[in-house]
Design a protein around this ligand. Structure first.
Ligand SMILES: Nc1ncnc2c1ncn2[C@@H]1O[C@H](COP(=O)(O)OP(=O)(O)OP(=O)(O)O)[C@@H](O)[C@H]1O
Ligand SMILES: [Mg+2]
Length: 376
């Protein structure tokens, strides 16, 4: 008879029928050991160790993630399923068609996943409602909505991360409602002749003005984009190149684990590229991992990317954080208009750690305390 093949294409022989009499075998082994002990000849050879019997906390669905435009047939859904299935975990993708129903079911307590990963609350208000409703019902939400504004809004995270001693571009913060003004002489000396003016709660480059003189007129023009936000006037940082790429990284933190990718923003195009162990060594990038750890320790945010420019300076000033904490990281590996595809190997890294984390919550196991660094 032909051997059955497993998913890796390896053939596994059919087990002999007798080997499947598990119950009988263990009772037999137990009796034999007892008898040997009674007659004064104990059998101390190793025995089979089985997993402790802890009953999992059962739910209708184990893991849920929200991305407004995502089809159930997309590659990302498939990757989540591939990662969760070996752990026996079910997943529910939430998109624009089921978000209202899912919010209702969460609010009624009818749906109570162990983990909800939010990838859409900043672009779609219903996903914001979902994150808040899930967190209020005790679902573990990544990232927890209560932590977010403080840390994802650049004006408040700038102040906190500066206090924590992280290397940030010198910045002047103009709070909402404050008048447009010329910079003082001391401020001008700190910012220099070319600056970046950007909104605190911005994302996807919206409202960011790069490379202008920090004058009252430029500040006013930039702030007209959104007068309801705080604004930063920042020294413009220049980064070098690493081979044929801009020396600009995205450092990732996910539940204690870390990864790095190149962020290649050139000629009006954004691109992610995998970063290798050889790159780490060749360009001496280990200090970037330390920066990720320090941002994670200061903020306590579970899953974020931080943008790190590598300047031509030597020593500790070589790395500068440009955009401090981005939640709702891009995770879609497919090319679509208006999104930036992410390398699949990195997406698998994220899905794998989320599966391990969800399984531990489900089975009341302590979380994995080890910190890993994953590159290609
Ligand atoms: N201080 C700075 N010096 C030089 N360039 C900067 C600076 N701040 C921002 N930039 C440039 O502007 C881009 C957008 O800025 P930033 O990331 O802070 O805003 P964002 O709206 O959060 O963008 P995104 O959501 O795309 O990350 C950065 O990727 C970088 O290229
Ligand atoms: Mg950014």
């Amino acid at each position: 008879m032909k051997n059955p093949q497993n998913s890796l294409g390896l053939s596994r022989p059919h087990p002999p029928a007798l080997s499947q009499w598990h119950g009988v075998r263990s009772v037999g082994a137990k009796i034999a050991r007892r008898v040997k002990k009674l007659i004064g000849r104990p059998d101390n050879s190793p025995w089979i160790l089985r997993p402790p019997k802890a009953s999992p906390r059962k739910t209708h669905v184990d893991f849920m993630f929200g991305l407004d435009y995502l089809s159930p047939n997309s590659r990302l859904v498939e990757l989540f399923q591939e990662a969760m299935a070996p752990y026996g975990l079910s997943i529910l993708p939430v998109n624009q068609s089921n978000v209202n129903l899912v919010v209702q079911q969460i609010e009624r307590g009818w749906l109570q996943p162990h983990v909800y990963l939010d990838l859409a609350s900043s672009t779609h208000p219903r996903f914001n409602d979902l994150a808040i409703a899930a967190a209020a019902r005790g679902v573990y939400v990544i990232d927890h909505p209560a932590d977010l504004t403080t840390w994802t809004h650049k004006a408040s995270s700038h102040q906190r991360l500066e206090q924590a001693g992280l290397p940030l571009p010198p910045s002047i913060i103009l709070p909402k409602g404050s008048p447009d003004r010329e910079l003082t002489e001391a401020e001008r000396a700190m910012i220099d002749d070319r600056c970046v003016i950007k909104p605190s709660a911005g994302f996807a480059n919206r409202g960011v003005v790069v490379g202008v003189e920090p004058t009252r007129a430029e500040i006013a023009k930039a702030r007209d984009f959104n007068r309801d936000d705080d604004w930063l006037v920042q020294k413009m940082i220049s980064w070098t190149r690493c081979g044929n790429r801009p020396a600009y990284l995205r450092g990732y933190h996910l539940l204690g684990h870390r990864s790095l990718m190149w962020w290649c923003k050139e000629n009006g195009e954004d691109r992610y590229e995998l970063l290798t162990w050889a790159d780490l060594q060749h360009y001496d990038l280990l200090p970037a991992v330390d920066l990720i750890d320090r941002v994670a320790a200061a903020s306590g945010i579970d899953f974020f990317s931080t943008e790190i420019a590598i300047t031509s300076a030597n020593g500790p000033d070589r790395f500068v954080l440009i955009d401090y904490i981005n939640d709702q990281c891009d995770m879609d590996p497919e090319c679509r208009p208006g999104t930036t595809p992410v390398p699949e190997a990195w997406v698998k890294w994220v899905c794998g750690h989320l599966a391990d984390f969800t399984w531990r919550l489900k089975h009341d196991r302590s979380c994995n305390a080890e910190k890993t660094l994953t590159l290609q």
